[in-house]
Write a protein that binds this ligand. Structure first.
Ligand code: PEP
Length: 268
């Protein structure tokens, strides 16, 4: 079996845990402490695989305080942000507030936001611009539904979504792309690593057309959709997959720590 290696272009893999609407601020403190201990016990090399968590907004201050006080090598971010910076937008969260909490990342355009909050590609582009205005690294989610897959094949919809999202990107600012087939999210039915690689390669082409070959080579593309410890190594062997956006399994401490330790899964 081929060895799991960091991607050929030297991009540092990112394992990101999207907690969705789970764990309150007290639960999040206990979880982060245990996750940090577990990774420390396993001698996790954070320079070789970055680990980031995405708790609900109400947990962020507690998570920030803990990470800072204990100097934990974990990154964190918001699950969404407003396209606006401030003003009369009840319930919205400004990128400025996330930046003030020292969040590094923000997830934008998750399929649950697209579906339940009718987020359009244009709104997602405006949110990418907002993230960049505030020095946050957007994790731009794209992916096709089962119906899209049947009608248009695997790449057409994610490619079109990314093209529009990148209209909001500011030259010279970092971003991450997450390919998340909607049919794979929470279904237990992950894409095969070959399927995911095919789409991620097409997404890298879009990055190259929009932002240039150098930026495309430096940009991390994650796969998301029913990732678990048992399938992560297969994804990480692919040339254009640089990490994972993990939902359900990110709430299971040992499973998530094991996903982050994907290099140990060679031969499984
Ligand atoms: C997600 O919510 O982004 C996700 C990929 O979920 P899951 O890992 O549970 O499929």
């Amino acid at each position: 079996m081929a060895a799991v290696t960091p991607s050929t272009a030297g991009r540092t893999p990112l394992i990101a845990g999207n907690w969705k609407m789970n764990l309150d601020h007290l639960q999040s403190i206990a979880f982060v402490q245990k996750l940090a201990w577990s990774l420390k016990d396993a001698r996790h090399d954070f320079a070789a695989a970055e680990v980031a968590i995405f708790p609900p907004f109400t947990d962020l201050r507690s998570v920030q305080t803990l990470i800072k006080a204990d100097d934990l090598p974990l990154a964190f971010g918001g699950q969404d942000l407003s396209q606006h910076d401030s003003g009369a937008y009840t319930g919205e969260i400004s990128g400025a507030f996330l930046a003030a909490l020292e969040a590094k990342y923000v997830i934008i355009g998750h399929s649950e936001r697209r579906e339940y909050h009718q987020e359009s590609d244009e709104l997602i582009a405006a949110k990418v611009a907002a993230a960049h205005r505030h020095g946050l690294v957007p994790i731009v989610c794209v992916g096709e539904t089962a119906e899209d897959l049947e009608k248009h094949g695997p790449s057409a919809v994610p490619v079109a979504q990314l093209r529009v999202a990148l209209e909001g990107a500011v030259t010279g600012k970092q971003l991450v792309v997450a390919y998340e087939p909607v049919w794979a999210i929470g279904s237990g039915q992950a894409a095969t690593s070959e399927q995911a690689q095919q789409v991620c390669a097409a997404l890298r082409e879009v990055l190259s057309e929009a932002l240039g070959a150098e930026v495309a080579q430096a940009t991390r593309i994650l796969y998301g959709g029913s990732v678990k410890a048992a399938n992560i190594a297969g994804f990480m062997r692919e040339a254009d997959i640089d990490g994972a956006l993990v939902g359900g399994a990110s709430l299971q401490l040992e499973e998530f720590a094991s996903i982050a330790q994907f290099r140990k899964h060679v031969g499984t």
